[in-house]
Every structure is written in structure tokens, then in C-alpha cells.
Write a new protein. Structure first.
Length: 369
């Protein structure tokens, strides 16, 4: 660490230091407190990454940039104030700070890069000042306890219209980050697009209503919403529907199911669906069984990823496109039923450690090793 040291858990950074270089205290598990002198203007990439015992940091008014992954994985850090002098918060800067309950982003901050606060699972509220004019992808993704998002009035790029508890890109009417408040979300009728990961891992969210003006929904927009039991698309939506009261979002023209849920433990896929989209049931932790209808010809990657309670799957005969990771991380699977003429096909496409679970439809359940 060159001229830096740790004494009694405190990072000693000499006065006059202009920059904390990349990886300066990387992985220092004994570090609990950081006192940064006011001479420092830049915190380098991974400067304090994986300092798992770090509980306190004071960022002085002299800092202009917080580098990428600067505080990544500081899982004991509980609060942070970003001063007005900081212009850029780098990619993944506070990613994985799972104990972080309070973040103050001061007026003066201009850019928050992608995944800057990803996985801050204890964070409950966010205030975006009017000076912030750039927000990257999935900045607050997987912030599962988030119940309040407010954008300051007068922000030229973003808003939280109608007290919607979301960040909306004003010019494009794109909802880029939402939350549950406490269990549901009202998407304003003026919103036309929902960005990928917008509601990712909003674990308190139980119901979603998609207005008819929403014509674009990004990949994994509702992935990991493990309490979600109701999805309704408003009648008249030209792109999506929730036919047969199916508690899902279906892309009408392609008959692709892009988002489903468990209600409460099982799900009925409409017989008109021909494709199950990427991540469609990802993180549906309560789902215990699924019957995929004969109409389905394609099951895309991560379609049922992380369905931890899933035990029984019935697969159809007509599938020609099947991704190997469609059922990845489903540790409690007991049986995967397939038609007699399709057993070999599925055994070729499933990972080797899951092939013993594939049996001919209606035969006895195998015993999982």
C-alpha cells in the first residue's frame, strides 16, 4: 500500500495526498474506518473494494470523482454522504454494500454510472437531486428493500411524476427504476417504456398493472420479484396482453411470454403461447410446479433461473429451441417429465447433472440423488 497503512482499524492517509490510487486498500478485512484528508480529489478504482469490516467513511468536499468499484463489497458500511463536490460516481462504486441503509446524494453530483448502488439490499429510500443528468444501467438494481424514490423538481432529465416512486426519463417517458410502496406500484399512464431491470428484485412487490401506453419492456424488468402474484396488462395495449387472466405479460404478435409469476405456487401458461422468453420466470421462488403447453416451441435462456422451490416440470413435444441454462439453479427439482419421443432430445440439452431427472411422461417419479 506504499505510503498508506492501517492502525487500529483506521486507514491512515497522509495529509497532502492528492489521490487514493487504484486497489490501495483492496480486500483489507481489518479496515473499519476511513478518514480521507481534504487534499484528496480522486478515489481510485477498487480503492476500498471488499473491505468487509468497513463501517464508516467520511468523503470530504474536495473529492471530485469516486472511481469504479471503489467501495464494492463493503458489506458492513451503513451510511454514506456523497458531497456536492463529487461530479461522477463510478460504475459499481457501492455495489454489494448490503448493509447500506442511508445514501445522501448532494446537489452538485452530475453522473451516476451503471450499477453504482446495485445490490444495496438494505436501502429503503433514494432522493435524486436536480443536478443529476446522467443515470446508468441498473444503478439501483437489486435494492430489494427500496420503497421510496423521489426526483427533485426542476431536474432537466428525470422526474418522478404523479408521486410514482420511480425514476422516469422525461423526454422519452421511460421508467428506468421503480420500487414497491410497500407492495404495489402505479405506473403513470404517460410512461411508454420500462427499461431492463427496472423492478429487478423488488422483493416486496406483489402486484403490477401495465398501462396500455407501455409499448416496450426491457429484459428482466421484473426478474427476482419473488412476492409477485398478480400481473395485469390493461386492455387495449397494442404490444402486450395478459390473456386468460394468466398473471403474465405476453408479447401479443409473437405469443412470447416475457414475464410470469407464481400465484401462489403454480402457474398456468395459456395454450396459445409459443415461446417462453429469457428470464420469464427468473426468481419466482414460490413456484413449485409448471406445465408447459404443447404450443410452446422455444424455451429461452434463464427462463426458470433461480426457481428454488420448483419440484415438478412437464415439458412439451414441440420444443425445437431449448437453452441449456433454462432451469439453472433450481436445486429442488425432483422430476422433469417429457413425452416419450422427446426424452432423448431433452437429455441432450439439459446439463449432465440434471439428466437423471428426465423421465417419460406419466412414469414413476425418480428418486433424486
Amino acid at each position: 500500500m506504499d505510503k498508506f497503512e492501517i492502525k487500529d482499524g483506521v486507514a491512515i492517509i497522509p495529509k497532502g495526498t492528492r489521490e487514493i490510487p487504484n486497489n490501495a486498500f483492496f480486500g483489507c478485512s481489518s479496515l473499519t474506518t476511513i478518514i480521507i484528508p481534504e487534499s484528496v480529489t480522486n478515489i481510485g478504482s477498487r480503492a476500498f473494494s471488499d473491505c468487509s469490516s468497513l463501517t464508516s467513511v467520511v468523503i470530504p468536499e474536495s473529492i471530485k470523482r469516486i472511481g469504479s468499484f471503489a467501495f464494492f463489497g463493503c458489506s458492513s458500511l451503513t451510511s454514506v454522504v456523497i458531497p456536492k463536490s463529487v461530479k461522477i460516481i463510478g460504475n459499481n462504486a457501492f455495489d454489494g454494500c448490503s448493509s447500506l441503509t442511508s445514501i445522501v446524494i448532494s446537489e452538485g453530483v452530475e453522473s451516476i454510472k451503471g450499477r453504482a448502488f446495485f445490490g444495496c439490499s438494505s436501502l429503503t429510500n433514494i432522493f435524486i437531486p436536480k443536478s443529476v443528468t446522467s443515470i446508468g444501467e441498473a444503478v439501483f438494481g437489486a435494492c430489494s428493500s427500496l420503497t421510496s424514490i423521489v426526483v427533485a423538481e426542476g431536474n432537466p432529465i428525470y422526474d418522478s411524476r404523479d408521486n410514482c416512486n420511480a425514476i422516469i426519463e422525461t423526454a422519452t417517458n421511460t421508467l428506468i427504476k421503480g420500487c414497491s410502496s410497500p407492495t404495489s406500484i402505479t405506473i403513470p399512464n404517460s410512461v411508454t417504456s420500462i427499461r431492463q431491470f427496472a423492478f429487478s428484485r423488488c422483493s416486496l412487490l406483489t402486484s403490477v398493472f401495465i398501462p396500455k401506453n407501455v409499448t416496450s419492456i426491457g429484459e428482466a424488468a421484473f426478474s427476482g420479484c419473488d412476492s409477485l402474484t398478480s400481473i395485469v396488462v390493461e386492455d387495449g395495449n397494442p404490444i402486450y396482453d395478459s390473456r386468460n387472466n394468466c398473471n403474465a405479460i405476453i408479447e401479443t404478435a409473437t405469443n412470447t411470454l416475457i414475464q410470469g409469476c407464481s400465484s401462489p405456487t403454480s402457474f398456468t401458461i395459456p395454450s396459445s403461447v409459443t415461446s417462453i422468453g429469457c428470464g420469464a420466470f427468473s426468481g419466482c421462488y414460490s413456484l413449485t410446479s409448471i406445465v408447459i403447453p404443447e404450443s410452446v416451441t422455444s424455451i429461452e435462456g434463464h427462463a426458470f433461473y433461480g426457481c428454488f422451490s420448483l419440484e415438478i416440470v412437464h415439458l412439451p413435444a414441440g420444443v425445437s429451441n431449448f437453452e441449456i441454462d433454462s432451469f439453472k439453479d433450481c436445486p429442488n427439482l425432483k422430476a422433469i417429465y417429457a413425452p416419450k419421443n422427446k426424452v432423448d432430445f431433452y437429455k441432450e440439452h439439459f446439463p449432465a447433472d440434471m439428466r437423471q431427472l428426465i423421465v417419460e411422461e406419466w412414469s414413476d417419479l425418480p428418486v433424486k440423488a
